[in-house]
Design a protein around this ligand. Structure first.
Ligand SMILES: [Zn+2]
Length: 211
């Protein structure tokens, strides 16, 4: 899988939003999540942090590790190292119907491409667009939300695509499989992901975890 160039996190917020590879119980990569969500999963004992030697750590054990240069966040109890890989403890494979609706998963389904004009701007220039606007009863769902560039979003305003004379490149649907490859391609890849992604390329098809 190809990766986007590494973007260095600046500040706590971008560090917490930066990406973490999620492995299932068999150490197969199934998802990319945020550092914030990864900490929450580890804290809730739904996942363990994985270090570069493939050892796993619960929250307290992880806290005891020395923080890495530039890869830590401050907490009231001192700095804690940022995990770049976590392994889920309680579920291996989640049925396809459980592909979780989320902002980043919609972006990944749509390959970070505006579904109206086909542009692929920087992620900060992408929005989620309600095809049928919320003001007209449009739902926030896989079937009614698409990735849109700021410009198309502005042009469309609170109208339907027909009213705004915009055309969807395809009808949005719930993805059947994990958008993992798209997520990885769009993420700043971390060195620690390498061994796990190479393993996954060996031919395993994965589904997304509820996470
Ligand atoms: Zn557009």
């Amino acid at each position: 899988m190809a990766c986007a160039p590494v973007g260095y996190a600046s500040g706590l917020r971008s560090m917490l939003n930066s990406s973490v590879l999620v492995l299932n119980h068999s150490y197969l990569p199934i998802h990319v999540t945020s550092v914030r969500r990864a900490f929450s999963l580890i804290y809730q004992e739904a996942a363990r942090a994985v270090d570069e030697a493939y050892r796993t750590f619960d929250f307290e054990q992880w806290r005891e590790l020395a923080a890495l240069d530039g890869e830590w966040v401050g907490t009231p109890r001192g700095p804690i190292r940022v995990p770049r890989v976590i392994a889920l403890l309680h579920f291996d494979r989640v049925p396809m119907r459980h592909v979780r609706y989320s902002r980043v998963n919609v972006f990944a389904r749509d390959k970070f491409t505006c579904q109206y004009c086909g542009a692929r701007p920087h992620r900060s220039e992408l929005n989620l667009d309600h095809v049928i606007p919320r003001s007209m009863g449009g739902k926030t769902s896989w079937e009614n939300v698409v990735c849109s560039c700021v410009e198309c979003n502005r042009r469309k305003g609170g109208r339907t695509p027909e009213q705004a004379r915009l055309r969807l490149s395809r009808r949005p649907t719930r993805p059947r499989f994990s958008p993992l490859a798209n997520l990885v391609a769009a993420s700043a890849c971390h060195e620690q992901w390498g061994p796990f992604l190479r393993g996954a390329e060996a031919g395993q098809r994965t589904v997304v975890a509820a996470g």
